[in-house]
Write a protein that binds this ligand. Structure first.
Ligand code: NAP
Length: 298
């Protein structure tokens, strides 16, 4: 089965390539592809024509759209680029797949919700993003639903707070700060759940191998945490694993005390209960997934 993967050099993309199931012929693409890394094909997600052409050329059974404009704060000053990548590319893939007959797995985010309801979001709840990144990802979801929704040929898989042993993410940033500083201030009034690229990649491949028809799925690791909780856990686990001699003192901050360009949902936990049953995958408690991730850090 042929799968066209985008964002193959990103943190999820790398985990997806590591877990490649037998029988999948992967066409791995990235913005940097075609250069030094000959195993990746070049595909610019901001170029809708190129996205359509890639589908027409390769005629994949699935497009796995893991690539995205993920710089949440920068998206506030580059809304057009964020929208082109996160809204335009899924639209272009869906348009081309209407011609070729393939299916789309669109990876999306908890940031399509406003975070105000104070309880976990179900997959069928309405979108109400707060910032430019969330709006651009919501636009991608809407396009996919408009074009492929009725056909059962698209799955939107929302996830949250993605962390992995490579790339740019909160866990690796905290590991570095624990090494460099005596004290770290971290926001404690935003609650969600970390998701390791390892468990997320397994969920993505399960959607494809089981040929699931579910329109929207939610996937995160199990439990709930604030960014403060995750920062403390990174320090504790890294010490246990011998990655740190001593951890920094972690101080809880309010969102107001740590202003950033983009407004974030204060409570963006995803209700994954139904999706876990649909996927047939057992949840991994987030601290356990974080421990495994840190074991893989070089
Ligand atoms: N990270 C999170 O906390 C989080 C949370 C919820 C959902 N998600 C979703 O999960 C998915 C995977 O995210 P991730 O954490 O793996 O992000 P990531 O590590 O930032 O990877 C995203 C990849 O997309 C690529 N990309 C960006 N703009 C592109 C363009 N114009 N053309 C081609 N490729 C482009 C990036 O390429 P470069 O390497 O060249 O920059 C990068 O390799 C995304 O759909 C994201 O929205 C992420």
């Amino acid at each position: 089965m042929k799968v066209l993967l985008t964002g193959a050099a990103g943190q999820l993309g790398q985990a997806l390539r590591q877990q490649l199931p037998e029988g999948v012929e992967l066409i791995a693409t990235s913005r940097s592809g075609g250069g030094a890394d000959r195993s990746l094909l070049h595909l610019n997600l901001a170029d809708a024509g190129a996205c359509r052409a890639a589908v027409h050329e390769h005629k994949p059974a699935w497009v796995l759209n893991a690539g995205a404009y993920t710089a949440v704060d920068q998206a506030e000053s580059e809304p057009d680029l964020a929208l082109a990548v996160n809204g335009g590319a899924p639209r272009a893939f869906a348009e081309a797949l209407l011609d070729t007959g393939g299916r789309l797995l669109q990876v999306s985010t908890d940031f399509v919700f406003n975070g105000r309801q104070g309880s976990p979001y179900r997959p069928d709840q309405p979108r109400d993003p707060l910032g430019s990144y969330g709006r651009s990802k919501a636009a991608g979801e809407e396009a996919v639903e408009q074009l492929l929704g009725g056909s059962g040929r698209a799955v939107i898989l929302r996830t949250s707070w993605v962390i992995g042993p490579v790339g740019k993410n909160f866990a690796l940033t905290m590991l570095r700060l624990h090494r460099e500083r005596e004290q770290i201030g971290v926001v404690a009034d935003q609650v969600g759940c970390p998701t390791s690229t390892a468990t997320l990649a397994a969920a993505c491949w399960r959607v494809i191998s089981a040929n699931l028809q579910e329109p929207v799925l939610h996937w995160s690791d199990a439990g709930a945490a604030s960014w403060f909780d995750v920062a403390v856990a990174v320090g504790e686990l890294a010490q246990e694993l011998g990655l740190l001699e001593r951890m920094a003192m972690v101080t809880p901050l309010t969102t107001a005390e740590y202003p950033l360009p983009a407004q974030r949902p204060s409570y963006s936990l995803l209700d994954c209960s139904g999706s876990r049953r649909t996927l047939g995958l057992a949840p991994t408690p987030w601290r356990q997934a974080l421990r495994r991730l840190l074991e893989g850090v070089g």
